[in-house]
Ligand binder design. Structure first.
Ligand SMILES: C[S@@+](CC[C@H](N)C(=O)[O-])C[C@H]1O[C@@H](n2cnc3c(N)ncnc32)[C@H](O)[C@@H]1O
Length: 284
């Protein structure tokens, strides 16, 4: 562990955490804390967080190491995947149509495929992502002889009603919730947002996630704001769960730490046939 990280951990110990919280409220001191924890800080916009990510080194979602990391997730389920599979099994009819938004190389499809057979006789799974990810995904599928998994560069190419799955990707969406929904051919009925960092103590903010060779910004939503934004766009919260496999540690900004990511199922309001779970009840 580097000296800087040890110093940060010492500063972040309980007796000092209230001092850090107070300092974080002052703009000047927050700037200094951002410098000290570079590139992971608290920023006011995606633009600001992109600038910081670029100072760190390679900034983007298309570094070769990023795709290599995703291969690890082509097998096995992580804790929050069970909630997604539960809802897919409930929503499936004779067939299941899933649009895997931000699906990268298709890793979720590979890791879910044995379970999807139990949900429906037929599954149509389409991955949409940034072009470099689609290129990698297509190459991997060809190498593996995987014929069922489809990839698309354009949402306009898709016909019909898909369940939208956004797994570990909604925090990279830079526009509004309304613009997210407007990019589909028609408003989707069901949106499963899994593995998203949300927190309750602070307003939504932006930070930078990084590994050794690359970095990229993300938005950490305040959960109430996220749910209200979906409500404004015409979606009710049906379910919410914890995704304990991921967290964001913010040692110098204790109230911004995300101890566990979350998952949400949003349903278009016109389908108001069963009562939604109240956001106040938290996890269903
Ligand atoms: C961590 S990966 C998620 C992979 C997979 N869905 C999972 O849960 O393991 C995040 C993905 O979001 C994609 N992404 C980021 N911004 C995007 C955007 N504006 N539109 C589509 N995909 C985006 C990235 O390219 C990346 O593949």
């Amino acid at each position: 562990m580097k000296i800087r990280e040890i110093a940060i951990d010492l500063l972040a110990t309980a007796p000092l955490s209230w001092v850090l919280t107070a300092l974080g409220r002052s703009r000047l001191a927050a700037g200094a804390l951002n410098q000290a924890s570079h590139p992971r800080g608290v920023f006011r916009s995606f633009d600001e967080a992109w600038r910081v990510a670029k100072r760190f080194g390679y900034a983007g979602h298309d570094h070769p190491d990023y795709f290599r990391n995703q291969i690890r997730f082509t097998t096995g389920l992580r804790a929050s995947d069970y909630a997604v599979l539960y809802w897919l099994s409930q929503l499936a009819r004779e067939s299941l149509k899933v649009l895997d938004f931000g699906g990268n190389i298709g890793n979720i499809y590979y890791s879910y495929s044995d379970y999807l057979r139990r949900c429906a006789a037929e599954t149509e799974w389409v991955v949409f992502d940034l072009p470099a990810a689609i290129d990698h995904g297509r190459r991997l599928a060809a190498e593996r002889g995987e014929r069922k998994l489809r990839f698309t560069y354009s949402l306009a190419d898709l016909d019909g009603e898909y369940i939208i799955l956004v797994s570990s990707a909604f925090h990279y969406w830079e526009k509004s919730v309304g613009e997210f929904i407007a990019q589909f051919a028609g408003p989707p009925q069901h949106i499963l947002v899994n593995r998203i960092p949300v927190q309750e103590r602070e307003s939504s903010f932006f930070t930078v996630q990084h590994r050794k060779t690359y970095a990229h910004p993300c938005r950490v939503w305040n959960s109430t704001e996220l749910i209200a934004n979906f409500a404004d766009a015409g979606y009710d919260l049906v379910d919410r769960w914890s995704a304990p496999e991921l967290r964001i540690r913010m040692p110098l900004f204790p109230t911004y730490t995300v101890e566990a990511y979350s998952g949400f199922y949003f349903r278009r309001r016109s389908l108001a046939n069963t009562a939604a779970i109240s956001p106040d009840r938290g996890v269903a």
